[in-house]
Every structure is written in C-alpha cells, then in structure tokens.
Design a protein around this ligand. Structure first.
Ligand SMILES: NC(=O)c1ccc[n+]([C@@H]2O[C@H](COP(=O)([O-])OP(=O)(O)OC[C@H]3O[C@@H](n4cnc5c(N)ncnc54)[C@H](OP(=O)(O)O)[C@@H]3O)[C@@H](O)[C@H]2O)c1
Length: 297
C-alpha cells in the first residue's frame, strides 16, 4: 500500500470515529431527557425516596444536576478534546514532518559544502594565477592505482616501462616540482630536467643545479619561465597542487594496492577527461593501465 493510501485510510478511520462519538453523545442526550423525566416521576409521583431531601431540596434535583454535569463533560470531550485526530496521529504527523525536514536540511548542507569547496578552489586558482606565468601550463603527472595508491615506503609500487617512457618524454627539458621525499626516492637527479624540491628544512643539502624552495608557491614562482612545469609528486605535493594545476597527466593502473601515499580524488565538476588510452598487460607490464589526460573545466 502506498503512503498516500495509508494517509487516506487514516483520514477515513478518523471520520468514522468522529461520527461514532457524535452518535454516542446524541444517545446520551436522549437518555438524559428520558432519564430526568423518569427520575422526577419516581421521586414526586411514585414517592420513591420522598424523605431524602438534602439541603431541603428533592433528591431528583441533585440527581439531574449531576447527570447534566456528566452530559456537559461528555459534550466537551467530543467537541473539544477529541476534535483533532488524536494525540498518536498528531505525533505521527509531526515525526513525519520532522524526518522530511531533516532529510532536506542534510541535502542542502551537502550541496552547500560542495558549492563552497568549488568557490574556494576557484578563488585560490584565480589568486594563484597571479603568482605563476599565465602563459605556462602547470601540469600534474602521476601514476595512481584504482584506490589512488601511488607509493609505499617511499618507493613506487609497480614498474610499467611504457609509463616511465611517457613520463620521460613529457617532462623532458622541463622543470619538475617535487616534495623532498620524492626527491630522495630517486637514486640521482633525472637528466635534462630542472629539479625544484620543496622542503621546510632551511639547511637541506642537495646537488648543484637542484633548486630548493620552502613552499609550492615558491616552486611555481621558480618555474615561471617554463611553458609547462610539471608537479611530479608525491602525495603531499599532489594534494596541494590540485588547486594550482591546469592539467593532469595520469596513468591509471587498473589494480588496487596497499600504500602509504595516495593521489587525491579527481573531482569531475572541476576536471574534464580529454584523453583516454587503454593498455593491456604484456611481458613488460604486469597490470592493465590507461593513459588519461584531464584539463580544468
Ligand atoms: N606514483 C607516482 O606517480 C608517484 C610520483 C611521485 C612520488 N610517488 C611516491 O609518493 C611517495 C612520497 O610522497 P609523500 O607524500 O610521502 O611525500 P612528498 O610529497 O614527496 O614529500 C613530502 C615532503 O615535502 C615537503 N613539503 C610538503 N609540503 C610542503 C609545504 N607546503 N612547504 C614546504 N615543504 C613541504 C616536506 O619536506 P620536509 O620534511 O623536508 O620539510 C614533506 O615531508 C613515495 O612513495 C613515492 O614513491 C609516487
């Protein structure tokens, strides 16, 4: 039975209850009239209880007054107390309304949160455009599993030779921005790229040619003469770079891994997929993967 049917049934049941209550009141009224006449006749004509005269009045006067009071009380109950559909029904309606309102409030809250994060993100993005060269295209490059895993114990989790080739060819000749931990995960700096390493340590030592900075903003500033600087990781830096980046070059590895570093969620309200190329497993690739490109909407 649908909700509407249930409500209609409740309304019908209530109407029937009201009719019964009114009928009973009417019968009570008729009984009162007949009963009063009978009491008067019993007292005055038949002489029943003739000697019983409280407050020097015939007893039938009190009997009728008490009955009248009961009749009035009954009338009050029918027309005032039970006029509404009963406490239980009212409570049910109230609970239903409260539940509906709560669901609506939750929905509005969720929409507001989403909206606020979009506004904040686009405000930060617009602000940061002034930091970096507007003609340069800050690109995040990463390989992430289905569960967004990117690394464990400061190492990569997989070896996919075509992914490394793609990384090399895309980043060749460019600035590569990275966190200190990712930098330390390389055996040595990569050839033909300008390394920009982010660390909070003021006394951090790095080989000649490596640019050390103490924030992502400073890293972007240091790369502003490059038409396409790349943010190459790891998890901490990717997370911060999502609000600054114009593009994501992602290798999605179609597998789930245990990890301690993760790529952030890609919000489809902010990012649009513009390229998708699937690759099967083969002798050089233990897992299926896809090359994906996202651009900011
Ligand atoms: N699959 C992939 O595509 C990919 C790519 C790159 C890396 N990875 C993996 O990711 C993991 C490393 O990622 P992670 O998140 O642990 O570390 P991370 O992002 O590489 O580096 C974190 C470090 O960066 C510095 N840092 C971060 N935010 C900063 C800020 N706002 N200002 C100044 N310094 C800041 C801090 O260095 P200090 O502690 O020196 O202050 C921090 O400890 C490794 O497992 C690596 O293999 C995977």
């Amino acid at each position: 039975m649908t909700q509407i049917d249930k409500e209609q049934l409740e309304l019908i049941e209530n109407a029937q209850r009201r009719i019964k209550q009114k009928k009973r009141l009417y019968i009570h009224f008729v009984l009162f009239l007949i009963g009063s006449i009978l009491i008067i006749v019993a007292n005055t004509v038949l002489g029943i209880g003739k000697d019983f005269t409280p407050f020097e009045k015939e007893w039938f006067v009190f009997a009728i007054l008490i009955w009248l009071f009961l009749l009035l009380y009954h009338t009050f109950n029918v027309f005032v107390t039970h006029k509404f559909m009963g406490k239980e029904w009212e409570q049910k309606q109230l609970n239903k309304l409260v539940a509906e309102q709560k669901t609506r409030i939750e929905k509005i809250k969720k929409e507001l949160k989403k909206e606020a994060s979009h506004i904040a993100e686009s405000e930060i993005y617009n602000e940061e455009l002034t930091i970096k060269d507007k003609t340069s295209e800050l690109t995040i490059i990463a390989a992430a599993a289905e569960n967004n895993a990117i690394g464990k114990d400061n190492k990569l989790i997989w070896h996919l030779s075509n992914d490394l080739k793609r990384f090399k060819s895309l980043t060749d000749g460019h600035h590569i921005i990275m966190g200190r931990k990712t930098f330390e995960s390389f055996p040595k700096p990569l050839p033909n790229r300008t390394h920009v390493v982010i660390t909070r340590q003021s006394d951090y030592k790095a080989p000649n040619g490596v640019i050390l900075v103490n924030s992502l903003e400073a890293a972007i500033e240091a790369s502003k003469n490059d038409s396409q600087p790349f943010v190459i990781g790891g998890g901490e830096i990717y997370k911060q770079a999502m609000t600054f980046a114009d593009k994501i070059e992602l290798t999605r590895v179609h597998e789930t891994f245990e990890a301690d570093a993760f790529f952030p969620e890609i919000d489809s309200n902010i990012w649009k997929e513009t390229f998708n190329e699937f690759h099967q497993k083969d002798e050089n690739h233990d897992f299926e993967f896809s090359f994906l490109t996202y651009v900011r909407i």
